[in-house]
Design a protein around this ligand. Structure first.
Ligand SMILES: C[S@@+](CC[C@H](N)C(=O)[O-])C[C@H]1O[C@@H](n2cnc3c(N)ncnc32)[C@H](O)[C@@H]1O
Length: 260
């Protein structure tokens, strides 16, 4: 069966998106960065339906499936930052921050508002377009990078904060991504990972139902060579739903590269 997603029609915002804004820039060009004008972004801009192959989602790893999920005026997630980002970064001196799988940019934008110099990376053009609008609306600057994290190589030891929130894919694919991300943490810097814990399947609300894309903190730790683990544990997040408050279980890892 095929689903058809309607393209984005930004009723609240009649600004036309220039071709230039569809092309990503990065101070340190990563490998795997999209270098061609992306068809999905053009389809979204011109309100052309994107064929949605939801029946063929490949363990959360397909870019066009994600683009399809992000279609529509509403945010797929929220514009509020994740609560663990707020609590776990409290007291950190601001600097350069890298938000991997930034989606619609809620965490990147919040970090920029706190004074961080932020780079947000995601492969979903439709999400990045929404992220650009969110940053514009909130009056902050973020460098948005369209890239596939399976290939993206951030610069070494270049960020005082690296975050990866709810990047759900098989751990075999994730470990190299997290290893490169760990390598991007500057001396004294922090790496923060938050994901849906496997126990959320039985004890929590929402999140992916496919166990193959869920991972524990223990699954992640082998990828974090050179970092000191400050915190690694399941954490509970209260979610307000139409049926009342529910609890979701996340896996949280906070690690730091020692100063030399
Ligand atoms: C559940 S969303 C989380 C978005 C954001 N971190 C947040 O918390 O709001 C997961 C994001 O991962 C992105 N993603 C999944 N696989 C990816 C890949 N291989 N390369 C880049 N982005 C990817 C998706 O496009 C999606 O935006």
């Amino acid at each position: 069966m095929r689903w058809i997603c309607r393209g984005v029609s930004r009723a609240r915002d009649n600004r036309r998106v220039s071709d230039a804004s569809l092309t990503t820039r990065h101070p340190h060009p990563p490998t795997g960065q999209d270098t061609v004008v992306r068809k999905s972004a053009i389809r979204a801009r011109e309100n052309v339906p994107i064929p949605c192959r939801l029946g063929r989602i490949k363990k959360n790893v397909d870019k066009e499936d994600w683009n399809c999920r992000y279609q529509g005026d509403d945010l797929l997630w929220t514009e509020r930052p994740n609560r663990f980002l707020v609590t776990e970064t409290e007291g950190l001196a601001t600097g350069r921050a890298l938000d991997l799988a930034c989606g619609e940019g809620r965490n990147s934008v919040w970090l920029a508002e706190q004074g961080w110099q932020v780079t947000g990376v995601d492969f979903a053009d439709v999400a990045l377009e929404k992220a650009r609008h969110l940053a514009e609306d909130r009056g902050v600057r973020v460098d948005w990078v369209g890239a596939n994290l399976l290939e993206y190589a951030p610069p070494t030891e270049a960020f005082e904060l690296v975050i990866a929130f709810y990047l759900q894919m098989p751990i075999k694919l994730l470990r190299p991504i997290f290893a490169r991300a760990a390598g991007a943490v500057a001396p004294g810097g922090t790496f923060l990972i938050v994901a849906h814990d496997p126990s959320n399947l039985t004890h929590g609300y929402g999140g992916p139902r496919d166990p193959a894309v869920l991972y524990t903190t223990d699954d992640v730790l082998p990828a974090l060579a050179g970092l000191e683990i400050e915190r690694a544990e399941p954490v509970v997040r209260t979610v307000e739903t139409a049926e009342g408050a529910r609890e979701a279980v996340d896996a949280l890892v906070r690690a730091r590269r020692p100063r030399r």
